[in-house]
Ligand binder design. Structure first.
Ligand code: ARG
Length: 570
């Protein structure tokens, strides 16, 4: 079903055309204040200016041409030419009685490149944002009807593997799986060796070359590391409820056989230049401060390929093989220039045509309370698995404090949902591109824009249903929207599809979080003003129960799009 905003846009556009303002489509916004109605149409002022006419007079003509009698209870002109629209309760009620399913007019094939950790180490907090945000956006796009192709572009091909291979060979760890059980410790020991012994370091570099050349023993050992490493990742994904599995892994190494060809194609496209022995692409749009052109290096002087070369091969694969219309890559902002360059080179070389949209979706850093990158007390990286354990432990204590009667089994399942949900939501609810401070107390609070608050709001409605059922009350098919708080709640419920659409368009889950928080607040206001169990009549109770049911469903659907579980009782 078309969203309220889109419906209004259609009608106002028609009116614009009727009064001769074609080619200047109106912009429909949510009203910033209740006195501006529900939605506000903007665009008259610009049009009037172009015509050299008085904006209010133009707005007057638009309103006269605008027939909203079937949907609005009030249309008025405000300020220098805004058109305020207030929807009629009967119209909102009828719409709400229908199913508001999510859909898009033009489904696309969308590649979502997310999580993508560098292997050989366990996942740490630095991988959290890409994993969580990418997963939420992938879920949203899928729910809207797009075909989503998840790509976990793991780093499995760098120098670190030469180092690990040499260390395995030296310590004999390869014959015995146990030293590899703690990958993190093993990595640290190998790194120490690498940093302290130049001979070792040289052998490690040599070993990577052999690995990349396909030497059998190296490949075998490497595969073991990859398997152990991916198993660690999978445990984290499963615990986080992230929809990634082995099939979604399309690693850097998968492009190995395409790298020579990528270079040849760049050569043929005429964009390759040799500079200091390295193969580079110079594009006009990338210049240093002093105006000297900046190279995008695609092959080092020793013949080695780079991160950018792999990403260029990935662009081709995604366009030609995966047939993507749109590619979204989630990494932190530090890689912004890298992707700008890769995408520009891909366009210049004809790897990507106009039909494909290549979008880097950067995100800010996760900071500790001191405002510095989030680390352990001793300054080490925080393993994700340990962070998730701590979240669940903290949530478990809170859950027990809130409900001392709870059984141990219930406590642990609720704590899992609340703890994991809190971490995910704290991340998703922040503007993607900003840095944010990781704060246990804030994210686990039952007040404010948090997962526990929303999970609790949902559980309360479910509990209301258990009590109303006991009284023999059932929800009606359609609600009477008599009270102002009922109308406002209905309006919020109907807004769900347009919010989800926006999240799909700009990969910004925080809009959905803000929306769910507002919805829960509107529900609270409604519930305070409009009692359900003690309503005046059974009909009134049923009408209100319908609003409750719709609110619970919307909260659950919204949280599910964010990858967060709801709880039936808390
Ligand atoms: N492995 C990279 C890192 O940890 C992220 C990869 C992102 N995706 C890509 N196509 N480059 O920084």
């Amino acid at each position: 079903m078309i969203s309220l905003r889109a419906l209004l846009a259609e009608r106002v556009t028609q009116a614009f055309e009727q009064v001769g303002l074609a080619g200047a489509p109106p912009v429909i916004q949510l009203a910033a204040k209740p006195e501006f109605g529900d939605y506000q149409a903007n665009g008259v002022m610009g049009a009037a200016k172009r015509l050299g006419e008085n904006p209010r007079a133009v707005a007057q003509r638009v309103v006269e041409a605008l027939d909203l009698s079937d949907i609005a209870s009030d249309v008025s002109i405000a300020g220098p030419g805004f058109i305020n629209v207030t929807f009629a309760p009967t119209f909102l009620a009828a719409r709400l009685a229908k199913d508001i399913s999510l859909s898009v007019s033009a489904p696309k094939r969308v590649v979502v490149d997310y999580s993508s950790p560098n292997l050989a180490k366990e996942m740490h907090v630095g991988h959290l944002r890409s994993t969580i945000i990418g997963d939420a956006v992938a879920r949203v796009l899928e729910a809207l009807g797009h075909t989503v192709i998840r790509q976990n572009h793991v780093g499995d091909w760098g120098t670190q593997f030469g180092m690990l291979l040499c260390y395995v060979e030296e310590t004999g760890a390869g014959d015995n799986a146990s030293p590899l059980a703690d990958l993190e410790d093993f990595y640290r020991a190998a790194k120490k060796r690498f940093d302290e012994d130049a001979d070792f370091a040289e052998r490690a570099r040599q070993r990577v070359v052999e690995l990349q050349g396909g030497e059998a023993e190296a490949r075998l050992q490497w595969q073991r590391f990859i398997d152990i490493s991916l198993a660690h990742c999978q445990a984290v994904y499963d615990r986080l409820g992230v929809k990634l599995d082995r099939e979604d892994v399309h690693a850097e190494s998968a492009y190995n056989d395409e790298l020579d060809n990528t270079l040849t194609l760049l050569q043929e496209a005429g964009v390759l230049t040799e500079s200091d022995g390295a193969q580079c692409v110079f594009l006009d749009e990338f210049k240093g401060k002093d105006g000297t052109p900046l190279p995008v290096i695609v092959q080092k002087s020793d013949g080695g390929y780079l991160y950018a070369t792999t990403d260029l091969a990935a662009v081709r694969y995604r366009q030609d093989t995966l047939k993507a219309d749109r590619v979204l890559v989630f990494t932190d902002t530090r890689q912004a220039l890298h992707f700008k360059q890769v995408f520009a080179v891909a366009r210049a070389a004809g790897f990507a045509d106009e039909s494909i949209s290549l979008e880097h979706m950067p995100f800010g850093a996760m900071l500790g309370a001191d405002g510095k990158p989030f680390k352990t007390r001793s300054g080490g990286v925080i393993r994700l698995a340990a962070l998730l354990d701590e979240a669940v432990e903290r949530a478990s204590a809170l859950v027990l404090a809130k409900n001392p009667e709870i059984t141990a089994a219930e406590q642990s399942s609720i704590a899992e949902a609340v703890g994991i949900g809190a971490i995910k939501y704290a991340d998703l609810s922040k503007n993607r591109t900003s840095d944010y401070v990781f704060d246990w107390d804030q994210m686990l609070s039952f007040d404010g824009n948090t997962a526990p608050y929303l999970q609790y709001a949902y559980a309360r409605i479910r509990s209301l249903f258990r009590r109303s059922e006991a009284k023999g009350l059932v929800a009606s098919d359609q609600s009477q929207l008599d009270a102002p708080s009922e109308r406002l709640l209905a309006l919020a419920l109907l807004r769900f599809p347009e919010v989800v659409e926006q999240v799909g368009a700009d990969a910004s889950p925080h809009h959905l979080c803000g929306y769910l928080f507002e919805l829960a607040q509107r529900f609270t206001s409604f519930y305070e003003a409009c009692p359900v169990l003690t309503a005046d009549t059974p009909e009134q109770a049923s009408s209100r129960l319908a609003l409750c049911a719709r609110t619970a469903n919307t909260l659950a659907s919204g949280l599910d799009l964010l990858g967060i579980d709801v709880i039936e009782r808390m």
